[in-house]
Design a protein around this ligand. Structure first.
Ligand SMILES: NC(=O)c1ccc[n+]([C@@H]2O[C@H](COP(=O)([O-])OP(=O)(O)OC[C@H]3O[C@@H](n4cnc5c(N)ncnc54)[C@H](OP(=O)(O)O)[C@@H]3O)[C@@H](O)[C@H]2O)c1
Length: 219
């Protein structure tokens, strides 16, 4: 499958490693240009491209840049993607350490709702609470006892299923965490954030989440 990854850091790099190993055709971009991604391209077989080209023809696009960089992404970022493409947002709002204050999120807008408005395309929230290293090292075959589960939230049922199937291929179970309006349940500071449990544990953690953003996660 053609997959475009925008962001080549901890998460984007490790997704490129695993997805190319699974035989997917991956294009990957960062902010500094494809010439700075030659080592990753050589290691993985992914094609390094400009951010404006990463989505071209892709069935799945992954947006995995710091939240504060989302407004800087090229206009029409997803325009060249395949019809009905699923766009994964891995982002988290880190106001104190990285992103500064984003008023709408402070006022209660779910982080991924803000991101989809910025990029002008619906998103599926996934991987945001998953350690980058887990993507490389924790995948297990379907049916393995204790297989790690990832929450997946989004409004487009078909796109969500495509993303859940891809995560299964990567070696993880998934839990349907509802629509994007419910995606605060998996944001930083919630019980499921950084969780490495199985389906049952992730369901429980999602149910125990509170919509109140704690002081640590406010500007
Ligand atoms: N690290 C984790 O374990 C983890 C886990 C779950 C979720 N997340 C979330 O996932 C997102 C990415 O995290 P990360 O740790 O992978 O970040 P990271 O290691 O800092 O990498 C960020 C990547 O985004 C690229 N980028 C920045 N601005 C860009 C732009 N305008 N256009 C294109 N590319 C741009 C950077 O390119 P340059 O280097 O060229 O600037 C870099 O390749 C964040 O929201 C983070 O909170 C991280």
């Amino acid at each position: 499958m053609k997959i475009g990854i925008i962001g080549a850091g901890n998460i984007g790099g490790n997704l490129a490693r695993r997805l190319t190993a699974l035989g997917h055709e991956v294009s990957i971009a960062n902010s500094r240009g494809p010439q700075t991604l030659s080592a990753l391209a050589e290691e993985t077989g992914a094609t390094a491209v400009n951010a404006s080209e990463a989505a071209r023809g892709a069935r799945i696009v992954v947006v995995t840049v710091p939240l504060k960089a989302v407004p800087d992404l090229p206009t029409g970022l997803i325009d060249g993607a395949a019809d009905g493409a699923a766009v994964i947002d891995t982002g988290n709002y880190y106001p104190q350490q990285r992103d500064g204050r984003i008023a709408e999120i402070e006022d209660g807008k779910p982080e991924s709702r803000w991101t989809e408005e910025q990029i002008g395309h619906p998103v599926i929230k996934a991987f945001n609470g998953t350690y980058a290293q887990d993507i490389l090292s924790n995948g297990l075959p379907k049916g393995s006892p204790g297989r790690q589960a990832l929450p997946v939230a989004g409004d487009d049922a078909a796109a969500k299923q495509v993303v859940r199937d891809l995560i299964d291929e990567l070696g993880f179970d998934t839990v349907d965490a509802g629509g994007l309006d419910e995606s605060w349940r998996q944001q930083p500071g919630t019980p499921v954030y950084g969780h490495q449990g199985d389906v049952e544990a992730v369901r429980k953690a999602l149910a125990e989440a509170s919509p109140e953003r704690t002081a640590e996660w406010r500007a």
